[in-house]
Design a protein around this ligand. Structure first.
Ligand SMILES: [Zn+2]
Length: 269
């Protein structure tokens, strides 16, 4: 049996729970994005974090996206933020979506731990699935053509975005604000066990999203736990700010990279 000890430098479940409860969201649904590394060692790891989130919210959801299902065709519609035919090697390694396909590790370990929880439900979008606990009514509003529509349902339910040791560059909800503002959405293709599915409503690039921070300052609550900053942003207010920013400047929230295909497609002449 492995030795069991408590590292005084590590963050306990109780400390996480106490910290997260200070955000005042025990009666609210939350969409969470997390980097556990930012907290330093956590006793019990990702499961401890998930339990603390469940104890400090009404229900939780997270993206469990699966980019490995994506196929890049040789040709397709113009202004689609993609270089066609550039990923034929990746196409060969593409994996068909199924309910148990793990969430992409790019999003950290927490989404996968949530997905595997006995009480979790997961949606069936082949690229942009979400998993949640006590959030079934929200999850059920996702459709293939409006993959982020469930963010709108969450906003209407007085939901909040939780950024746990991460910043707005991973804040998926901003993409839904972009859609509400009328910003171009892209088409992607995903492999399932039956066929290749065309997925509309694929969002743009998120590298420029931190420029929203000053505008949502007054809708943001903060708490520090371990070494990590946890921010809670009121979702409906965030969406309103994003729409307003894009209405004022059609190029708002884009990144500065010259070779960014998706931001270039938004800036299309
Ligand atoms: Zn970009």
């Amino acid at each position: 049996m492995a030795a069991s000890y408590s590292d005084p430098a590590s963050v306990s479940g109780q400390r996480l729970k106490t910290g997260l409860t200070k955000l005042g969201l025990t009666k609210n649904f939350v969409i969470a994005h997390a980097s556990l590394k930012a907290f330093g060692p956590i006793e019990g790891g990702a499961e401890t974090m998930l339990n603390a989130l469940l104890a400090s919210s009404r229900g939780i959801l997270m993206p469990t996206f699966t980019y490995k299902t994506m196929l890049n065709p040789e040709v397709g519609p113009p202004r689609n933020g993609i270089i066609y035919g550039s990923e034929s090697d990746l196409n060969k390694m593409a994996e068909a979506f199924h309910a148990d396909l793990p969430a992409d590790l790019m999003m950290g370990v927490l989404p996968e731990v949530l997905r595997r929880h006995p009480k979790a439900k997961r949606t069936s979008h082949p690229i942009q699935s979400f998993a949640g606990i006590r959030a079934e009514g929200i999850l059920n509003t996702q459709t293939i053509h409006n993959p982020l529509g469930l963010i709108g349902t969450l906003a209407d339910s007085d939901g909040w975005v939780l950024l746990l040791g991460v910043d707005h560059r991973v804040n998926t909800s901003i993409h839904y604000g972009e859609k509400l503002a009328g910003r171009i959405q892209f088409v992607r293709w995903a492999l399932t066990r039956e066929r290749v599915v065309e997925c509309s409503g694929f969002p743009g690039d998120s590298e420029g999203f931190n420029s929203v921070a000053p505008d949502v300052e007054k809708y943001t609550r903060r708490v520090e736990i371990g070494g990590a900053l946890v921010q809670a942003v009121h979702l409906k207010s965030l969406l309103k700010v994003v729409v307003q920013k894009i209405n004022e400047d059609p190029f708002a929230l884009l990144c500065e990279r010259q070779d960014c295909e998706r931001c270039t497609a938004v800036r299309w002449p």
